[in-house]
Design a protein around this ligand. Structure first.
Ligand code: HEC
Ligand code: HEC
Length: 341
């Protein structure tokens, strides 16, 4: 009871914070003066029950106009120089990733602090979006500045007359923060709305106990603990698979990768940073019998009793896969507010 009240208090506080932020939306900094054309509507994210608080950026308050602009940009090739759009590689129907690509899913990144498989970018949603429009897309803003429709939309959302990369990144960041997935069967089960099948329940127990031991890294409800780990995919590390080492040059980081969320995992094959596994069965078999030793392997992978793998039965492997499939959020993948439209 006390716990619930605390959560509610947090939600109320979040609402208050959003309302206060609204008044600052159009005059967030000197590049966005308040004008009569900039009338934003606050967008209030309800933090799902049991989720941690979101780290909002006071310089980029969430507004209906900002998110809608971010959505449009996400699906528009105008921000790239070679005809690509973000939404082409990250498609909504596959949990914002692409079939046959190792793209990371976009769900609940509002809670993330490290981005990309090797954590090349750390910080806020705005930081990763600056990277996307800068280093990755090399966005040419003169195309946007020559587009009357976008000029109006940016004016409405940010009060700017001249669009900069920062405005593009900030509005994409707003869209990304809105991509909240919390309505999978697993969430409904947690809320007491549905029950799991016996197989899913067995998988749940495997996942959340030392037996399967997935929960230490893929901690609920985000299914990631936001760390980098070596799960024994390889034992020799060249530049491609050296992971976090490529960024930090610390030998302790060889073979370590971002612990990805498992939300919508059923839809986002192939798996791992290099897409080496085609199915969830293959992934489970890796944890069961495929772990390779190296100096930087995570201690969890080699804990006492695990020396020869998890030794799961055929039924237990099926149960684990069935449980992973309860993370699919059909509300999220069909939400028109996130679609190309
Ligand atoms: C050509 C395909 C492609 C396009 C286009 C693309 N991405 Fe990605 N995206 C990927 C891949 C692959 C990864 C994983 C790469 C890595 O981590 O090294 C990724 C990773 C990401 C991540 C990191 C997610 C995480 O969990 O750390 C974000 C955020 C992201 N992309 C946003 C965008 C945005 C915004 C755009 C448009 C500006 C975009 N992407 C365009 C393929 C693409
Ligand atoms: C020591 C931390 C750790 C443990 C324990 C762990 N994982 Fe992972 N998991 C990771 C990391 C890190 C990756 C990404 C590795 C890579 O690509 O190099 C990953 C990747 C995955 C992927 C693929 C995700 C994607 O987007 O491609 C799945 C599925 C998965 N894990 C499921 C499980 C299951 C099921 C268990 C328990 C049997 C488990 N994990 C235990 C850290 C862990």
């Amino acid at each position: 009871m006390y716990f619930q009240l605390t959560k509610r208090t947090v939600s109320i506080l979040m609402v208050l914070v959003s309302v206060v932020m609204f008044f600052y939306a159009c005059k967030k900094d000197i590049t966005a003066p308040q004008t009569t054309d900039c009338k934003t509507t606050p967008y209030i994210i309800t933090v799902p029950k049991g989720f941690p608080a979101i780290a909002f950026n006071p310089h980029n308050p969430m507004t209906v106009e900002g998110i809608e602009l971010g959505r449009k940009l996400y699906y528009d090739t105008i921000i790239s120089n070679d005809g690509r759009a973000c939404g082409q590689c990250h498609s909504q129907s596959s949990g914002f990733t692409t079939y046959q690509s190792n793209a990371l899913v976009h769900a609940n990144l509002a809670w993330a602090t490290n981005f990309l498989w090797n954590g090349e970018v750390s910080g806020s949603m705005e930081d990763i979006m600056m990277f996307e429009v800068g280093k990755f897309f090399n966005t040419n803003v003169s195309k946007l500045n020559g587009n009357e429709s976008y000029k109006t939309l940016f004016k409405k959302a940010y009060g700017v007359d001249s669009i900069t990369r920062k405005d593009v990144a900030f509005s994409l960041a707003q869209f990304f923060r809105a991509l909240v997935s919390a309505d999978s069967k697993f969430d409904k089960f947690t809320r007491g709305e549905v029950s799991l099948t016996q197989s899913e329940m067995n998988g749940y127990l495997l996942f959340n106990t030392e037996r399967g031991d997935c929960f230490h890294c893929h901690s609920t409800p985000l299914f990631t603990d936001n760390t980098f780990r070596n799960i024994g995919l390889d034992s020799v590390f060249t530049t491609v698979n050296s992971g976090r080492y490529k960024i930090t040059h610390d030998p302790q980081d060889k073979g370590k990768f971002k612990v990805p969320t498992l939300r919508n995992i059923e839809l986002s094959a192939p798996y791992m940073h290099d897409g080496r596994f085609k199915t969830l069965e293959e992934v489970v078999e890796h944890y069961n019998s495929g772990v390779k030793l190296s100096e930087t392997i995570d201690p969890i992978m080699t804990k006492a009793g695990k020396e020869y793998g998890l030794k799961l039965t055929v039924q237990e492997k099926t149960d684990l896969v069935n449980f992973l499939k309860t993370f699919t959020d059909y509300t999220f993948i069909s939400n028109k507010a996130f679609s190309k439209q």
